[in-house]
Design a protein around this ligand. Structure first.
Ligand code: LMG
Ligand code: NDP
Ligand code: PMR
Length: 399
């Protein structure tokens, strides 16, 4: 074990540079945040502030033709009125951790109504109450991302509510590091990729049309990514590493019967499945950007909010891990962030006028300043992004 440990640590520090990524360990901090990236960080996006391409609507984004009820809210006047109506944001997995903290941060501004899209209504209601989110600032709607029927039902219910959709945050996730055997979604996809990627893929594809119809000045689709899916960082080199391979397992439907439950076709490994799902999340954001940003003006973004070592994400891990992980991140890697701080970061990506640039993977430096981070070679591979998109649309019944 000691030998293994030593070899892991030393090999982690000699990982070769990948592609265009300049985050070699020589110039990166332990956080996977390279110094050169800090210097390149673009904080001067004020030019983007007023950038609004809303008038170039090209009709429905896709043939998603369900009629949408006219939003029953007072719309922002386009004739120079200063006060903006409340923004309407859907956050998946807002019943705990990052999603809840983001809902709280947005609610506190008084400028947002949060649709908490969650699988457990009572848990979410209790969470919203104990976080002190005022009643008028949130609505809970049922969504189980591990069922494509539930995703479609959610979209239907949301449209019936008559609310506009200004921002969609794909945040929910499961992590099954100790599972020996795969478990599956309602449609028979391995649970981590099925929930974290495929459920969100269908949700965001269906809701793109709704985002496109919104008259809000800055419409955004945010998909939460992570450092652990990026092999250009130390954290991304802790085994098992993310790797989508040739995606033969994904193409086969991840069902563990006539095909592997893993995207790359390998043996089931819960930690790898999670990291692979995060790579899919980051690739999907970029593919959305390539396909739809110019046409719709919608901002597509991903982020690594920091290591929020205290959330429910680690609920399936062994108790010793849950005990040691927070102090390890706080005092050794120094990558730790509190749920509150992480929530404020994601809330910035939702609402800050300076963060409207599309196609960006945001991260934060030690002073909690945001910057555009570099993705690993695999997580920025345009061919893989297209392939993930095309296979996923078949799996979720869109193609
Ligand atoms: C797999 O393990 C799991 O099996 C899987 O379930 C899933 O969780 C997956 O990626 C997620 O990880 C990967 C495995 C890789 O990591 C571990 O099992 C971690 C246990 C490490 C226990 C070693 C104790 C060392 C004491 C450090 C301080 C206490 C805090 C511990 C925190 C726990 C969690 C992170 O790892 C290996 O194969 C072996 C790795 C051992 C590496 C230990 C080195 C720590 C390094 C830190 C770098 C900085 C150096 C400073 C040094 C100081 C030390 C004393
Ligand atoms: P939590 O476990 O606290 O939150 C995850 C949320 O996802 C919960 O609300 C959970 O609901 C929900 N969820 C899980 N499965 C489903 C499902 N089938 N349908 C609907 N909702 C579901 O974890 P975090 O807050 O840490 O994770 C949030 C995001 O942050 C994830 O995308 C994760 O990958 C990312 N992230 C987390 C980091 C960290 O260090 N914690 C670091 C980097 C990224 P329920 O309450 O019902 O279980
Ligand atoms: Mg990691 C160097 C910094 C760093 C950072 C920022 C993270 C973040 N981790 C770092 C380093 C290390 N981790 C090192 C050196 C080790 C070996 C001891 C290590 C181990 C480790 C484990 C076992 N780390 C983990 C695990 C998990 O089970 C978590 C995981 O991989 O989930 C998929 C995890 C994480 N480390 C992080 C972050 C953010 C996680 C949570 C995963 C995520 O949300 O993507």
């Amino acid at each position: 074990m000691a030998l293994q440990a030593a070899s892991l640590v030393s090999s982690a520090f000699v990982v070769p540079k990948e592609g265009k990524s300049n985050a070699s360990f020589k110039d990166s901090s332990l956080f996977g945040v390279s110094l050169s990236d800090h210097l390149k960080a673009d904080f001067s996006s004020s030019a983007l502030r007023c950038k609004r391409e809303s008038n170039q609507r090209i009709g429905a984004v896709r043939a998603q033709t369900t009629a949408t009820a006219s939003p029953a809210v007072n719309r922002a006047s386009t004739e120079g009125k200063k006060t903006l109506r409340k923004g309407s944001v859907v956050i998946t997995g807002a019943s705990s951790g990052l999603g809840l903290a983001t809902a709280k941060a947005l609610a506190e501004t008084g400028k947002w109504h949060i649709i908490m899209a969650c699988r457990d209504f009572l848990k979410t209601e209790r969470a919203a109450k104990s976080a002190g989110i005022a009643k008028e600032n949130y609505t809970i709607m049922h969504l189980d991302l591990a069922s494509l029927d539930s995703v479609r039902q959610f979209v239907d219910n949301f449209r019936r509510s008559g609310r506009p959709l200004d921002v969609l945050v794909c945040n929910a996730a499961v992590y099954l590091p100790t599972a020996k055997e795969p478990t599956f979604t309602a449609e028979g996809f391995e649970l981590s990729v099925g929930t974290n990627h495929l459920g969100h893929f269908l949700l965001s594809r269906l809701l793109l049309d709704d985002l496109n119809k919104s008259d809000y000045p800055s419409r955004r689709l945010i998909i939460v990514g992570s450092i652990t899916g990026n092999t250009n960082t130390l954290a991304g080199n802790v085994p098992p590493k993310a790797n989508l391979g040739d995606m033969r397992g994904l193409a086969g439907g991840l069902n563990g019967l006539n095909t592997s439950s893993m995207i790359d076709g390998g043996e089931f490994d819960g930690a790898k499945a999670y990291k692979d799902s995060k790579v899919c999340n980051m690739l999907t954001m970029q593919e959305f950007h390539r396909r739809y940003h110019e046409e719709t003006g919608i901002t597509f973004a991903s982020l690594y909010p920091g290591c929020i070592a205290t959330t429910g994400l680690f609920r399936e891990h062994i108790p010793l891990f849950r005990l040691l992980f927070p102090p390890f991140q706080k005092y050794i890697t120094k990558g730790f962030v509190s749920e509150d701080e992480a929530g404020k970061r994601l809330a910035q990506v939702v609402s800050e006028p300076s963060l409207t640039k599309s196609g960006v993977y945001w991260s934060w430096n030690k002073d909690s300043a945001s910057f555009e981070n570099q993705l690993s070679q695999e997580a920025s591979d345009a061919d893989k992004a297209r392939k993930v998109w095309e296979i996923s649309e078949k799996l979720v019944g869109l193609a």
